[in-house]
Write a protein that binds this ligand. Structure first.
Ligand SMILES: Cc1ncc(C[n+]2csc(CCOP(=O)(O)OP(=O)(O)O)c2C)c(N)n1
Length: 388
């Protein structure tokens, strides 16, 4: 019997709500080549983060580090349902999205280590994976901060695709958020605008049942049925099993294609679980071992491994070879990151910029300046300019 928690709910019932529809069973299996590629991605994300946890203990990674272990099927399945040109934006638990989007393990690890060869030149770290070439518009550390950015990206693509390019393409923006972010005002403002302006954006709530140590039942109204959060804004909602890669892929394919055709936003309650703590410093005392064991039995990698074997897409030997190959790739990434230089201190002032704003030219001074004689101005810094 599961242990009851202070919520009065069984401890493993972290979402506690509507049944999750099954879609994959009625669909044709994806091509074997695709299944093999997805398997490798799942294993890459897991292995990458296991090494990150070790490097963090060895003090090679500083600051915050939130691992994605347990949620890998969400990133891999969602990215597979997108086109490469579709923008993606996410929160701080972002290594999985970055790797699934095609960022190299080297660039990602060097960023974790704060080195110049990282995707953000070592200045962002774990929470800020950016990859313009792969249309990844960042991991963001402020809870909910990425939700208006998702609406903004969708507005920009809609304008470019429909107005400037006269409907030559239509891109869908995917915006990931945690269940804790549902309670931020920015999320509600973003959904209101997305609904109002017919923005082609899909909000994917990675509902792992907890925001830090607070269970969703304690912190969020209507936690048994998150779709009500979207329906109030006239936005379609669906529930998907985030522990099963095929369910994620097929479910998200439907959602994304509908969004692309109709240019209407969508909301997804993606049911998943994180196996580790909120961040590296979290001992997870707010949940029971019993609950964790229940979820570990449904490991997304284990489920998918069974599927590829049943389908004959991979043999046991091929699985072992893929795991070995990934280990080599991640070991190489760690060595690469270790050897990459630390950015010089002067680099702190580069890329942090803005266009010169100059003095405010309106008819009255903005309130915040309080009539100061020398209001602050901002300007771009230039490569090589030494401000220290
Ligand atoms: C505006 C804001 N408030 C508080 C925090 C501190 N904080 C960091 S993560 C977090 C919990 C978010 O949980 P959730 O959205 O469910 O994401 P998950 O970690 O489960 O992926 C909080 C409160 C923050 N970063 N930003």
């Amino acid at each position: 019997m599961p242990t009851p928690t202070t919520d009065g709910k069984p401890s493993h019932d972290v979402h506690g709500g509507l049944p999750v529809p099954r879609r994959a069973a009625n669909r044709p299996a994806p091509a074997a080549e695709l299944l093999r590629a997805w398997y490798r991605e799942l294993v890459l994300i897991r292995e990458f983060e296991i090494r990150c946890m070790q490097a963090y203990q060895d003090k090679k990674i500083g600051g915050f580090c939130h691992v994605y272990i347990g949620q890998e099927a969400v990133a891999v399945g969602c990215v597979a349902a997108l086109k490469p040109e579709d923008p993606l934006v996410t929160a701080y638990r972002d290594h999985g999205h970055a790797l699934a989007r095609g960022m190299t393990a080297r660039a990602c690890m060097a960023e974790m280590f704060g080195r110049v060869d990282g995707c953000a030149k070592g200045k962002g770290g774990s929470m800020h994976m950016f990859d313009k070439a792969n249309n990844l518009f960042g991991g963001h550390g402020i809870v909910g901060a990425q939700t208006p950015l998702g609406a903004g990206l969708a507005f920009a693509t809609k304008y470019q695709d429909e107005v400037i390019n006269k409907g030559k393409s239509s891109r869908v923006t995917m915006c990931f958020l945690g269940d804790g972010a549902l309670n931020q005002g920015s999320f509600h403002e973003a959904l209101n605008l997305a609904g109002l302006m017919d923005l082609p954006v899909v909000y994917v709530v990675e509902n792992n049942g907890y925001s830090m140590g607070t269970s969703i039942h304690r912190g969020t109204t209507q936690s048994h049925d998150l779709s009500s959060k979207a329906l109030g804004y006239g936005i379609d909602a669906s529930v998907i099993d985030g522990m099963n890669l095929l369910e994620v892929y097929h479910g998200m394919k439907d959602v994304v294609e509908k969004c692309r055709e109709r240019s209407r936003p969508a909301f997804v309650d993606m049911r998943c679980y994180r196996y580790k703590g909120h961040s590296m410093s979290d001992p997870r005392k707010y949940r029971t071992r019993d609950e964790e064991e229940v979820w570990e039995q449904g490991d997304p990698i284990g489920i998918f491994e069974k599927y590829v074997l049943e389908q004959g897409a991979m043999t046991h030997d091929q699985i072992k070879a893929a795991q070995k190959d990934v280990k080599t790739e991640v070991r190489d990434a760690v060595q690469f990151a270790d050897q990459s230089p630390v950015p010089p201190l002067t680099d702190l002032y580069h890329d942090v910029y803005r266009e010169p704003w100059g003095r405010y030219t309106g008819t009255s001074e903005p309130q915040m300046y309080g009539g100061a004689q020398n209001p602050p101005t901002f300007r771009a810094t230039r490569e090589g300019e030494d401000l220290l």
